[in-house]
Ligand binder design. Structure first.
Ligand code: CA
Ligand code: CA
Ligand code: CA
Length: 222
């Protein structure tokens, strides 16, 4: 499995290297990609130079896109997708399309995305007003976590957080795409999209919570 994973990574790296020779560096654009997780595998991605750099205020789907074809969660926890960037002389808006597979054995009640820097224990959230955001303040582009057969119809976005909820994504189900929009500014060399599924509390956990609550109540009465 390990060999498969490293082989896959090597293949992705090789593919990106082939597509992105050093001479193609341009402004405000995503140039490379890494992922970090103990709970999921990322099948592949393709990074192209943006066809419309510095299009921060665009409404609707940005022509600049990043596809991440499959993210296969085998346990609940965060996955950090880190993108290398280079200046473009402005803010470039990207649309992200992701395939997400729930292989955790648990149903998910919501899905959380955060923008920041670094990965793992070194992850730090993106500050307010730094130009890196989920299409703030306009929020006039693609934001959808409700592909067929459903999943999360209710989505709220703030500058650096997206919460998708209002439904359930059962185990062994696949979302052909989750879609969201990110503004990539000048002045950074990389940024991270941290993504975390949130599991529906198991009946056993719920019972424990209820028992705990009752015990606390009885203690107070005494
Ligand atoms: Ca920010
Ligand atoms: Ca924007
Ligand atoms: Ca926009």
């Amino acid at each position: 499995m390990k060999f498969l994973k490293s082989g896959l990574l090597a293949a992705v790296g090789l593919a990106m290297g082939t597509m992105l020779p050093a001479t193609t560096l341009r402004a405000g654009e995503i140039t490379g990609f890494s992922w970090y997780s103990g709970v999921a595998s990322v099948a592949s991605t393709t990074i192209y130079p943006p066809s419309a750099p510095n299009n921060d205020d665009v409404a609707g789907a940005s022509p600049n896109g990043v596809f991440i074809t499959q993210k296969d969660y085998v346990a609940i926890g965060p996955v950090d997708l880190t993108f290398r960037t280079t200046d473009t002389g402005g803010v470039t808006e990207y649309i992200f399309d992701e395939g997400v597979y729930n292989n955790t054995g648990l149903s998910w009640s919501s899905y959380h995305l955060e923008l920041g820097f670094g990965h793992g224990v070194f992850f730090t959230p993106s500050p307010s007003g730094d130009g890196l955001d989920f299409d703030a303040p306009d929020y006039n582009s693609i934001l959808s976590f409700y592909p067929s057969p459903g999943f999360f119809p209710s989505v709220t976005a703030t500058e650096d957080d997206i919460y998708a909820a209002g439904g359930v994504m059962p185990t062994l189900s696949f979302a052909a795409y989750f879609r969201f929009t990110v503004d990539v500014p000048d002045g950074i060399t990389e940024f991270t999209i941290r993504q975390s599924p949130v599991a529906v509390p198991e009946p056993a956990t719920l019972s424990l919570l209820i028992v705990g609550g009752l015990a606390a109540l009885l203690k107070r009465r005494k």
